[in-house]
Ligand binder design. Structure first.
Ligand SMILES: NC(=O)c1ccc[n+]([C@@H]2O[C@H](COP(=O)([O-])OP(=O)(O)OC[C@H]3O[C@@H](n4cnc5c(N)ncnc54)[C@H](OP(=O)(O)O)[C@@H]3O)[C@@H](O)[C@H]2O)c1
Length: 318
């Protein structure tokens, strides 16, 4: 159960900063966390929620570094707690935000944008001219992948569950859009990419969609599974045509694994690239409805609705 509680304003400890939150998204990972289904962070309920957001540095603990009170920052809170008026986090985790980036972009500037860049450019490192197959393509990160792939000369095949998404994604630059209900995804993909299938795929849906995407892989294809929107398993062993030939790879992608493994220089380079790509619109987040913290139940209901437009934001001062 989600409830709003009054608590004393938290004090920052050694190396920590207190941030007054301006806007914080309701992301699928938050929804898994509040249900006790997020394996990345162990929840001991009652627990504060909210992993991402933007705010203003409000107070600094001893040894908190060079940040100045009043500085606007992007806040990735690995322990959760950004769905609040104030959050206390390690100062080193805060990313200063340039004045020309609006709050609604800065609020979602890390989780989806960094995952899109790391999956496409670093983990899969998809070469120009190749096909990338993705599911839940109408999601905010799916839209980022379409624009980033187009910029990098990668062609995308995009799987959606609603026919209404097709024209929208074509307008964004999708090379092909297929509706899952129109027939086995692997058959639809081979008609577009050729009989050998695709070498690269990313799937946050799992279940029947992930299973059919696995079957759309080239014999040396690789698929990153980065979500579980259906909560159902992917079957890789049910058809020997795909498991007794080739060397297809299914691999987990989790930003919480990759980000801490970047050294300081690589992290700075990534955050600079994210800021540029957000400004250029490539990694833009479409703003959705805004809710005050007190209306958390409506915010979550909206975030989980089928066909919602944009990213739902909690705005503590709304
Ligand atoms: N592993 C990581 O580090 C990482 C990082 C970032 C994001 N993610 C994952 O990426 C996914 C998308 O995140 P987001 O913030 O972009 O989400 P979002 O904007 O809220 O969009 C969710 C999308 O998923 C689709 N969807 C929801 N349930 C579905 C189902 N059962 N079957 C098929 N499609 C379904 C929706 O389709 P409709 O448009 O038809 O409603 C919508 O397009 C989430 O699973 C999230 O956890 C993972």
């Amino acid at each position: 159960m989600l409830t709003l509680e009054e608590r004393p304003v938290p004090e920052p400890g050694q190396g920590e900063a207190r941030v007054r939150m301006l806007a914080t998204p309701v992301n699928p990972s938050d929804l898994l966390f509040v249900r006790g289904l997020y394996s990345g962070v162990e929840a001991r309920f009652p627990a504060p929620a909210g992993f991402e957001g933007v705010g203003v540095v409000d107070a600094l603990g001893p040894g908190a570094g060079n940040l100045a009170p009043g500085q606007r920052v992007s806040v990735v809170n690995g322990q959760g707690g950004n769905w609040a008026d104030y959050a206390v986090v390690p100062a080193g985790d805060l990313i200063p935000v340039a004045a020309d980036v609006p709050d609604e972009q800065a609020a979602s500037m890390v989780v989806n944008p960094a995952s899109a860049v790391l999956m496409l450019r670093h983990v899969l490192a998809v070469p120009r001219g190749q096909w990338l197959l993705q599911s839940a393509a109408g999601s905010q990160i799916g839209r980022m992948m379409i624009r980033l792939a187009q910029r990098d000369g990668v062609r995308t095949i995009n799987v959606v569950r609603r026919r209404e998404s097709v024209a929208e994604l074509q307008a964004l630059g999708a090379d092909a859009v297929i509706v899952a209900a129109d027939g086995p995804i692997d058959e639809q993909v081979r008609e577009i990419a050729g009989p050998e299938g695709v070498r690269y795929a990313v799937d946050p849906v799992a279940g029947a969609t992930g299973t059919q995407m696995f079957k759309a892989l080239h014999e040396e294809g690789r698929m990153l599974v980065y979500g579980s929107l259906t909560g159902e398993p992917i079957l890789v062993g049910d058809d020997p045509r795909y498991t007794l030939a080739g060397r297809r790879v299914v691999e987990v992608f989790w930003l919480g694994y990759w980000l801490p493994r970047l050294d300081r220089a690589a992290r700075d380079k990534l955050t600079a690239a994210l800021a540029d790509l957000v400004r250029e619109g490539v990694l833009e987040t479409e703003p959705g409805r805004r809710y005050p913290l007190a209306d958390i139940t409506s915010a979550v209901t909206q975030a989980e609705s089928t066909g919602k437009q944009g990213k739902v934001l909690l705005t503590p001062e709304a």
